[in-house]
Design a protein around this ligand. Sequence first.
Ligand code: ZN
Length: 560
Amino acid sequence: MIRSSIRLLSFCAVFTYVPMLFAQTEKQDLASLQKSIAQLVPVPIKTELSTLPISEQQALNKLIKAAHLMDTLFLRQVSANNESLQAELTKRIQTAPKGTDAQALAQAQLDYFLINKGPWCRINHNKPFIPNVGDKKKQGNFYPEDATQEEIETWLKTLSEQDKAQAMSFYTVVKRNPKGQLMVVPYATEYATELKEAATLLEQAAALTQNASLQKFLKTRAQAFLSNDYYSSDLAWMELDSDIEPVIGPYEVYEDEWFNAKAAFEAFITVTDQAETKKLVQFSSYLQDIENHLPIDKKYKNPALGKQAPIRVVNVVYNAGDANRGVQTAAYNLPNQERVIQEKGSKRVMLKNIQEAKYNKTLLPIAKIALPESSQKNISFNAFFSAILMHELMHGLGPHHVYQKQTTVRESLKETYSAIEEAKADISGLFALQYLMDKGVIDKTMAPLFYETFLASTFRTVRFGTSEAHGKGMALQLNFLLQDKSITINKQGQFSINYQRIKKAVEKLTQILMTIQAQGQYQQAKQMLDTMGHVTPAIQQVLDKLTQVPVDIHPEFIIQ
Ligand code: ZN
């Protein structure tokens, strides 16, 4: 999975209209919709750009303009009716009597429409929040509205391998010709007006920037918009070494719920975070040392770690399209084209200011409820973000192949793999931070910050549900540490770290998980997840108290 997905909670209002009680319903619907909107709490997102050279600031402006076009295209990809519905809502706001519930409702509907990029609530199973829009179509607007999945599958079987590849390409839509037969249309044709405009803006940005690698990416991406061939621009993106780190174009395929084949338009216009990048370089330089000191049998350790996948830490200036809808992306792994990944690997990008906004609006309020007063001083964004960086790095350490067998850990652990791997990255990340403190690389006074911020963040992750790997893996860790009594619960149901035990317990769990991986022990992995990978009553009583804490943030980008 490329992005952490979130299955959540039922907050969205579902709309049923009784005409006789229209005014009354309007008021109720407004209140209900406002409650939904509050679950995605608005946060101003601002990135300091004044340190960038003027040339780069000017290039950024062009990129933001191009990003706006990704919003337009994404709206159209989600639903053929989105653009007319947006116009309709805007008209309703203008024509409704000022200050009435009707006007306020239309405004709230438009606000929430823009947050969800359509009239369906993404944090509640895509339930419609505007009357008479019907259900969200699983095929998006990538296939004909009147087609069925079976019709497309049958048609695919009639095609040559080459035509089939085109039909299932990231960068084409399937339409009907005038005779009603299915046909393939490249994005460059289907979205020609917007893509030509976007290409011009990227060309202009390329002419402004002084950075050669950025220039190359922008020029090749502009060509891709026109030619429909994204290969060389994806390669150029892997070679980017620039203050500005943009993602712009069609990337993720989640919006096509039929085949996961069609890429949705998005933009992450970001700039590199220099301080965090330094921290990352520092952590990275100790990876072999950490591997050598992992608490596992020596024969499972890798004496020569290969080249690790690149990681960048950036701050978002502006996100658009698929990159700005519903729950916000905190990190991404790109590109998605297999051919590029095989040649160049992929790159992980962490969005620091988005993570910080999530931390402020969700983790801090969770810590106030889940942990006692005495712990509050130890909840720290710096510790939170260091743990995230370490989590990412630790994915590269530990066993990836089963000892003395020709199989990978992923193959051996089957459906348990993701949850075990996520739990391993968390807990061995804590182990690594402790190791670096013991070594004097990180200040020892950080210890309570790391452990207690970790404890608070376990509830944030488990809250997303244990049907998903991160949540399941986190429940496993929390239950293990509770059983070990390295985490304790007071009479008020609040959780604390037992400093007499935690260090050893973290080592022990790291050892258990990595040994399961090294030996490819599927049964042990399954048993561990069956007994500990779920929400126990002690955890549930905390989750029950979190209903007032927002689900996520809604960024309001402030551009200087
Ligand atoms: Zn992970």
